[in-house]
Write a protein that binds this ligand. Structure first.
Ligand code: OXD
Length: 320
């Protein structure tokens, strides 16, 4: 009997979810554990794994057919060639984050436009005048260049457009429109968009194509007042070049939720820059996370048992 391994803290697994899994797949054994030793011991029998589990398990399990990961980005697995080549279906939790991450992006846009980060820092010093040294700006009428227009990007575009922003989108296949995006471009057109951006927002996964896509040349092409927001993966920006750009005023600020090394090392200069807002890779956090991810898994489990194609399948060749 194949094992469905629910790699979650058993205390967070709701009885109603377990009941649905058992009723959809009554002939599979359901194991719920976040204990790595126990997972390893099950490796030979695992057919389906869902949740947060070690990469070694994916590589080691000989009877693995399907992996439903709990996050959206598949780079943690796809950067290992053997995990790309192995024969199993990988699905992700894309869609779970559209609301919290688009709200997080807009929170950063508002913070930079209105100088909230300066005010909060000054507040800790009881300083009334400090924040007034910084010029505030208006969001309405500004231009957002949105690199990556999937579920998160599209919701961000709709919200930006509702605020009166001009939103220009960049995606691999620019042929289809997206609500809120005034015009869509292909990645090779990014250089012509960068000088127009008041906000450059990156929502792309980390793949061979996106690794280091924003480096010195791109940063130098931007306006000195522009702000970079990254909620995808730190590796899409050359972090050393960004530090220079922030220090030397090639760009006006950055709001980053993701970094080349996480946790962000305590000695990174990014922590102390006044034109920088650091959030600790939590843009996607929401009280609804687990129930949304579980809904994707349950829908996919029904399809899996019925022999139908799954949704949210990661293209192992593209890496997302
Ligand atoms: C994800 C993330 O990939 O939170 O889901 O970064």
């Amino acid at each position: 009997m194949g094992v469905i391994l629910l790699a979650l803290n058993p205390a967070t697994a709701r009885e109603e979810w377990l009941a649905q899994i058992r009723s959809l797949a009554p002939d599979r054994q359901l194991v719920i554990t976040d204990d790595r030793e126990r997972m390893r011991a099950l490796a030979d029998d695992v057919e389906v794994v869902v949740g947060g589990f070690p990469r070694e398990l994916v590589l080691a399990a000989p009877n693995l057919r399907w992996v439903q990961q709990w996050g959206a980005g598949a780079d943690w697995l796809m950067r290992t060639p053997a995990a790309r080549e192995k024969d199993y279906v990988l699905t992700n939790a894309s869609g779970v984050h559209a609301i919290p991450i688009s709200e997080h992006i807009l929170a950063l846009v508002f913070a930079f436009a209105r100088g909230i980060h300066h005010a909060v820092r000054a507040q800790t010093q009881h300083d009334w005048r400090g924040p007034k040294q910084h010029q505030s700006s208006e969001i309405a009428g500004s231009t957002m260049v949105l690199v990556g227009v999937g579920a998160i990007g599209e919701r961000t575009a709709q919200m930006g457009a509702a605020l009166g922003m001009r939103v220009l989108g960049v995606r691999r296949d620019p042929s289809g429109p997206a609500d809120g995006v005034e015009a869509m471009y292909a990645p090779h057109q990014l250089p012509e968009l960068l000088p127009q951006a008041d906000y450059l927002v990156l929502t792309v996964p980390l793949t061979e194509e996106t690794q280091g896509m924003i480096g010195e040349t791109e940063l130098q092409a931007m306006k000195p007042t522009s702000v970079i927001i990254n909620i995808g993966r730190g590796g899409t920006i050359d972090e050393a070049a960004l530090i220079r750009a922030l220090r030397e005023g090639w760009v006006g600020g950055a709001g980053l939720d993701v970094f080349a090394t996480e946790p962000l090392p305590a000695d990174s200069p990014l922590w102390d820059m006044e034109n920088m807002i650091v959030t600790p890779h939590h843009a996607g956090s929401t009280p609804h996370y687990d129930s949304r991810a579980m809904a994707i898994f349950l829908d996919n489990l029904r399809r899996y048992v019925a022999g139908e194609p799954l949704r949210n399948v990661v293209d192992k060749r593209l890496g997302y």
